[in-house]
Design a protein around this ligand. Structure first.
Ligand SMILES: NC(=O)c1ccc[n+]([C@@H]2O[C@H](COP(=O)([O-])OP(=O)(O)OC[C@H]3O[C@@H](n4cnc5c(N)ncnc54)[C@H](O)[C@@H]3O)[C@@H](O)[C@H]2O)c1
Length: 385
């Protein structure tokens, strides 16, 4: 076995996603398993180069994980000019992403990035064009596709269990504390439009690829985005005006006639089994998929409820569903996608979740917000390079 070290500049790794999912659960987890075996006698050994604005925060992070303090920098351009760095990864706040990705592409680095890739479709498409023209490999995080619940749902669809799919109903959300009497569990920039926040910008890119991969391309969107809680308290306990939407009620038409309704909310209390759940109804059967679980009800086992408000419910509707078994091991979704991206870069494996796919997500967010502002349903044209 030949061990090949690949140096990955990781920007924004002091943040929630960058730290937990990408550094610890993906890159460091790959090291713990001995690297990534490419199957051709090579094992890739990822070497993170921590990049950020605050040196002390990077040092603390490096210390915490036993990483060499020589491999951190607050100078992005210097890191990008380093020929030993192959890949640039971005998990910064959304508003800082596009400019950094442009610099990385111009420096000839392969790029892998969190979503949304930019704050508007024009910028997102430009990134896709620049990366393609530069001949670098590019990938965008689409972690929800790798959730066990959605993998099982995909398996059911591919196996024909649902028959002709009619509709999808998604519920995503939980209560995010305002920050006054209990600390908020999300960063305050999420609630400021001027800083790239808002639940549409955050979640519609996810819904785009989930719908696209499982059911088909989204062809129209109608959304109502609202700010239910207009005042919040930031990380320092200072009150601020929440200028971004904290809930969005969306209806999406999908190629082939599937209708999807998805509620996204940071102002809802959970009375569900998981923080996100999708119910899919088809002619042959239905499925309810969450982060980890997936339950089904077949046509042949569908009970016959009869509407009668004078009587209490005669049975538990939830008990009439059957659990879909795992039948395989599911790794962390972020790590699974990192592995596929690294195989794409170093072994030429096909990879479809690129910056063009990322631009589709940005487009759906942009059109969702416009639909809400204009109070009408909008077509979603196909994006091309
Ligand atoms: N794939 C997913 O499921 C998922 C989930 C949450 C967030 N995200 C995305 O990940 C990105 C980061 O989100 P997060 O929740 O980790 O945010 P966060 O606020 O916890 O982290 C942001 C990171 O960006 C850095 N940063 C760079 N420039 C900054 C600036 N001008 N102001 C503030 N911070 C700056 C911070 O230091 C920090 O490292 C966002 O683009 C978000 O859309 C993806």
């Amino acid at each position: 076995m030949t061990r090949r070290t690949v140096r990955i500049a990781m920007n924004g790794v002091t943040g929630r996603m960058g730290h937990h999912q990408h550094l610890v659960r993906s890159i460091l987890a790959l090291r713990e398993q001995g690297g990534l075996d490419l199957g051709d006698g090579t094992v890739l050994w990822p070497e993170p180069v921590l990049v950020g604005r605050r040196e002390h925060a990077l040092k603390t992070l490096a210390d915490q994980h036993g990483l060499d303090p020589a491999h951190l920098s607050t100078d992005l351009d210097a890191v990008l000019a380093d020929p030993t760095v192959d890949i640039y990864f971005d998990a910064q706040v959304t508003a800082a992403r596009e400019a950094a990705l442009r610099r990385a592409i111009a420096a000839g680095k392969h790029v892998y990035t969190e979503k949304p890739t930019a704050t508007g479709l024009a910028g997102a498409l430009e990134l896709a064009r620049l990366a393609t023209a530069a001949g670098v490999r590019h990938g965008v995080v689409q972690d929800k596709l790798f959730l066990p619940g959605l993998r099982k749902l995909k398996r059911l669809i591919d196996g024909g269990f649902l028959g002709r799919i009619l509709s999808v109903r998604g519920e995503f959300g939980y209560w995010v504390f305002e920050g006054d009497w209990q600390e908020a569990q999300r960063p305050s920039w999420n609630y400021r439009a001027e800083d790239g926040g808002g639940i549409v910008a955050d979640m519609f890119p996810h819904w785009e690829y989930v719908l696209h991969e499982l059911f088909g391309r989204v062809t129209s969107v109608q959304a109502l985005a609202v700010t239910h809680v207009p005042r919040r308290w930031d990380e320092n306990g200072t009150p601020y005006d929440a200028t971004a939407d904290d809930a969005a009620y969306g209806v999406f038409e999908v190629e082939g006639g599937v209708v999807a309704q998805i509620n996204s909310s940071w102002t809802v209390r959970v009375h569900r089994d998981e923080l996100v759940e999708f119910q899919v109804d088809g002619t042959e059967g239905s499925a309810v998929a969450g982060l980890r679980r997936c339950r089904v009800q077949h046509r042949g086992t569908t009970p016959r409820p009869v509407w009668n408000p004078d009587l209490p419910a005669a049975y538990s509707f939830r008990d009439q569903w059957q659990e879909v078994p795992d039948n395989e091991e599911f790794d962390n979704g972020f790590k699974a996608q990192w592995e596929l991206f690294l195989r794409h870069v170093y072994a030429g494996a096909p990879y479809s979740w690129d910056l063009l796919a990322g631009a589709r997500g940005v487009q759906l967010a942009e059109l969702g917000l416009r639909s809400s502002a204009e109070g009408r349903r909008l077509d979603v044209p196909e994006v091309t390079l």
